[in-house]
Ligand binder design. Structure first.
Ligand code: GLU
Ligand code: ZN
Length: 485
C-alpha cells in the first residue's frame, strides 16, 4: 500500500527567509495539496550559535503572505504552531544513547585543541580532513564536553534513488564518524532530521540540492535505527542571472522584501513555481489552483533554475493589470498610507484615492510604486516642485508661455463643470485660437498642474485634481515665470 503523502518544510532560523528556501516550502506545499496529503513546518533550531532572534517569525510571515498554510503542529493558543526541534531534545538524547548502547555510536572526548591539531596535520599532509576515529573503540562514557559520534561503516557504499536525479552512490570511506549529539546537548542536523522525519512519518523529502551530500549519512542512520527512509527529491539550485549562486548582489533575496516592495503574492507564487518546475515548454501563467492541480515531482528539472528579475517584474505587472479596479485600490491603499510623504494627512480620503488610482493602474509594476512621486505624488502633496525648463516648451518664448497659462487660467475659471469632457471641449480649440499646437498647450498645462512631463491623461488628471488645485498651480507657474523676468 502506498504511504499517505506527508511532507515537511524544515528551515533553520538563521536569518531572513531566502526566496530559494521559500521555493522549497512552496514545492512541498504544492505536492501536499496536489496529493491530498499533509504539509508540516518544522523549525530546525538546533544550532544555538547561528539562531537569529526573530528569524522564525520572519519565515512564518513569508509563508503566510504567500498563503502557504500548514496542517499540524503542537497546540498553541487555540491554533497550532510549527514544530520546534529545540522542544524535542529528550527524544534525541534517548535515541542517540540507544545507539551508544548498541555499539553503533560512541562518546568522543577529544578536545577542540586535539581536533584542530588533527586537522592541521591532515591539511599539511594533503589528506582529506575528517575525524580520525581516535575514540571509536575506547568505550568511553558520557562526560562534560563529550559528543556522540556515529560509527560510520568503513567500507562499502551507500546508494539512493533520488526521484529527480536518479541513482546516486557514495563511497562510505569518504564519510567520517560524524557527530550526532553535540556537547551542548543539542542534536546535529543529521540526527534530528532523520528522527523527526521518521517520527512525523514523512513520506517524501523535497529539499535543495545542497543537501544531497548529507543524504548518505541519513540513509546510514535510517538503516542503523531500522527505519524505512522516505523518498528523496533534491530540488535544483537557484542561480542569479549571471549563473552564480543567488545572493544579495542580485537584488532582494528575502521573501519579505518582495512583500514590502509590493509584489503580489499570486505573482510571486507563479514565479517561484517555475524555478525548477514546468508543465511544458511554453505555459508560464498559472493560478495557484492550476499549480496545485498540475504539480508533480516528475516535472521538476535536474538543471539549475535562473532567478530572472526582469521576468518577475514582467509577471507582476501582468498580475497587477489583471486585478479588478476595486481590488487594486484595496491592495494599494496600505502602500499609499505607508509611503506617501509624512506631510500628507492621514487617513487618506478614500473617495479621492478611488479616483486617483485607476489613472495609474495600467502603469504600475508593483504596489510600492503607487506612492512614488513620479506616479501619484502630485495628487497628494500640496507643493509640487519642478524646474522652470520643464514648463517652457523649447519652441515657445517665455512670454508666450506666460500668455498661454494666463489665457488658460481665465477660461478654466469660467468652467462650471470641471470634468474631462468639458476640459477637452474647452482646451482643444484653445490651442488653435492661440496659434500653437495642441501638444504644446497640453504639455505646458501638464507641467503646471503636475510638475511632471509624463502623467496619466491630462484631462482626467485635471478632473481628479479639481478646479481649485489646477487654478492654484497654474497661478504658481505664472508666478514662477514672472519671478524670472
Ligand atoms: N534545516 C535544513 C535547512 O535549513 C533542512 C534541510 C532538509 O530539508 O533536510 O534547509
Ligand atoms: Zn574523540
Amino acid at each position: 500500500m502506498l504511504k499517505p503523502v506527508r511532507v515537511r518544510y524544515a528551515p533553520s532560523p538563521t536569518g531572513l527567509p531566502h526566496v530559494g528556501n521559500i521555493r522549497t516550502a512552496f514545492f512541498n506545499w504544492l505536492f501536499a495539496r496536489h496529493s491530498g496529503g499533509k504539509f508540516i513546518v518544522r523549525i530546525e533550531d538546533t544550532d544555538v550559535a547561528r539562531t537569529v532572534h526573530g528569524a522564525t517569525e520572519g519565515i512564518l510571515q513569508g509563508l503566510k503572505w504567500l498563503g502557504i498554510d500548514w496542517d499540524e503542529g503542537p497546540e498553541k493558543g487555540g491554533d497550532f504552531g510549527p514544530y520546534f526541534q529545540s522542544q524535542r531534545l529528550e527524544i534525541y538524547w534517548r535515541m542517540s544513547a540507544q545507539l551508544v548502547e548498541r555499539g553503533q555510536a560512541y562518546y568522543c572526548h577529544c578536545s577542540s585543541e586535539r581536533l584542530e591539531q588533527m586537522r592541521a596535520m591532515q591539511t599539511a599532509n594533503k589528506q582529506p580532513t575528517g575525524y580520525d576515529r581516535h575514540c571509536r573503540d575506547l568505550g568511553l562514557g558520557a562526560a562534560p564536553g563529550a559528543v556522540i559520534r556515529f560509527k560510520t561503516p568503513l567500507e562499502g557504499s551507500t546508494s539512493l534513488h533520488d526521484a529527480i536525479r536518479g541513482d546516486v552512490t557514495f563511497e562510505n570511506s569518504t564519510l567520517d564518524d560524524f557527530v550526532l549529539l553535540k556537547s551542548d546537548g543539542y542534536p546535529t542536523y543529521h540526527l534530528a532530521s532523520i528522527i523527526d522525519d521518521h517520527m512525523m512519518q514523512i513520506s517524501h523529502v523535497l529539499r535543495a540540492e545542497e543537501w544531497l551530500s548529507s543524504t548518505p549519512k541519513h540513509l546510514m542512520l535510517y538503516n542503523t535505527f531500522g527505519f524505512t527512509p522516505p523518498i528523496f527529491a533534491h530540488l535544483p539550485i537557484i542561480l542569479g542571472n549571471d549563473r552564480s549562486k543567488l545572493s544579495k548582489r542580485h537584488g532582494a533575496v528575502s521573501i519579505l522584501e518582495y512583500e514590502e516592495q509590493g509584489y503580489l503574492p499570486e505573482a510571486m507564487m507563479n514565479f517561484l513555481a517555475l524555478l525548477g518546475w514546468s508543465l511544458d515548454d511554453k505555459s508560464e501563467l498559472f493560478s495557484c489552483d492550476e499549480l496545485i492541480q498540475n504539480f508533480s515531482i516528475e516535472r521538476i528539472s535536474q538543471t539549475s533554475a535562473i532567478f530572472n528579475n526582469d521576468k518577475l517584474n514582467w509577471m507582476n505587472g501582468l498580475y497587477m493589470r489583471k486585478l479588478a479596479p476595486d481590488e487594486f485600490v484595496h491592495r494599494a491603499v496600505p502602500f499609499l498610507e505607508k509611503r506617501l510623504p509624512p506631510g500628507v494627512s492621514r487617513p487618506l480620503n478614500l473617495d479621492y484615492v478611488k479616483k486617483v488610482l485607476p489613472l495609474v493602474h495600467e502603469r504600475v509594476k508593483t504596489l510600492g510604486e503607487v506612492a512614488s512621486r513620479e506616479l501619484t505624488g502630485f495628487f497628494f502633496t500640496d507643493e509640487i516642485d519642478y524646474a522652470l525648463s520643464l514648463l517652457i516648451d523649447k519652441h515657445l518664448e517665455l512670454q508666450k508661455t506666460q500668455e498661454i497659462l494666463e489665457t488658460a487660467s481665465e477660461k478654466l475659471s469660467a468652467l462650471t463643470l470641471f470634468d474631462t469632457a468639458a476640459l477637452e471641449a474647452l482646451l482643444r480649440p484653445l490651442a488653435d485660437e492661440m496659434g500653437i499646437k495642441a501638444g504644446q498647450l497640453f504639455s505646458t498645462l501638464r507641467t503646471a498642474v503636475t510638475g511632471l512631463s509624463a502623467t496619466p491623461p491630462l484631462f482626467q488628471t485635471m478632473e481628479v485634481l479639481g478646479k481649485a488645485v489646477c487654478l492654484k498651480r497654474i497661478d504658481q507657474a505664472i508666478a514662477k515665470i514672472k519671478d524670472l523676468c
